[in-house]
Design a protein around this ligand. Structure first.
Ligand SMILES: C[S@@+](CC[C@H](N)C(=O)[O-])C[C@H]1O[C@@H](n2cnc3c(N)ncnc32)[C@H](O)[C@@H]1O
Length: 263
């Protein structure tokens, strides 16, 4: 029992360090292009922000540190929320509230100017996503925007599975072999729901841009006002700002970004 408690405590400390690094570093984390794009495209001063799937809270703190906005973060994982509360305590910021909430059981009752989903959509199964987007549409103010970022399934990171396996484009392997490799490298994580790498893999929906836009068009009246992606070819100077959205270059996309608004 004591050993289990010690392990849980260690996981929480690991989670805290991870969240702190994601908040403090604009360059080193998987959120660097999110942060760059957010800074270039949005002014969140005076805005009411919902961080949907806020996880361990790093982006909530980052939004609040960069703009004079009010931020509400919700997540379904109680361990992530526990860490988010701890990191908020550590940096003592005002204007942030955090809630453990599943909007499918307990719908949103407020409206927001900006809803962000950083690295969240790839973790939610399609039938749930189909119910979540109409709720987010309802909760979005008239001129509001929804910002979505995710590593697409066809890209080198395969929705982050490459971390578990150790090489890029591992999604081309047969499902059974991929699962075996992940089981072999399995590690416990801090999440209550995604408690190890196998849970994470089994929870992925293998999302791509085409599938996500189809789902949004089928379930809401929202329109896509911006699509941007980060492709490995953007590292070459003349291609720095180009979108490489078509085959075969789309397999080089490390991260997709989508902005939605009311029609
Ligand atoms: C990869 S983490 C990203 C966390 C955070 N947005 C970030 O960028 O650091 C995905 C998060 O989405 C949360 N999540 C998954 N399904 C959800 C749902 N239906 N409602 C709210 N949060 C959800 C998970 O619990 C997890 O914390």
């Amino acid at each position: 029992m004591i050993a289990t408690q010690r392990m849980e405590q260690e996981k929480i400390l690991e989670g805290l360090a991870y969240a702190e690094q994601n908040y403090c570093s604009d360059d080193e984390t998987h959120l660097r292009y999110d942060k760059q794009l957010l800074k270039e495209n949005f002014d969140l001063n005076g805005k009411k922000v919902l961080d949907f799937g806020c996880g361990m809270g790093s982006m909530m703190l980052w939004y609040r540190a960069n703009w004079d906005c009010e931020v509400h973060g919700i997540d379904i994982d109680k361990n992530h929320i526990q860490i988010a509360n701890k990191i908020l305590e550590k940096f003592t910021m005002t204007g942030i509230s955090i809630e453990l909430k599943n909007i499918l059981l307990n719908p949103l009752d407020d409206k927001y100017d900006f809803i962000s989903m950083n690295d969240v959509v790839e973790h939610i199964q399609y039938p749930f996503l189909e119910n979540i987007f109409p709720q987010l549409e309802k909760a979005l103010n008239k001129n509001g925007k929804i910002f979505i970022s995710y590593p697409p399934w066809q890209g080198p990171f395969a929705s982050h599975v490459d971390h578990a396996v150790g090489f890029s484009w591992c999604q081309v392997l047969p499902d059974k072999l991929l699962l075996k490799l992940i089981e072999r490298n399995n590690q416990t994580l801090v999440g209550e729901i995604e408690h190890d790498l196998v849970d994470v893999y089994l929870g992925l929906n293998k999302i791509t841009h085409r599938k996500l836009v189809k789902l949004i068009n089928n379930t809401t009246n929202l329109k896509v006002s911006l699509r941007k992606n980060h492709c490995m070819l953007n590292k070459i100077k003349p291609f720095k700002n180009m979108n490489f959205s078509w085959f075969p270059f789309n397999v080089l996309i490390t991260k997709e970004f989508l902005v939605l608004e009311h029609k």
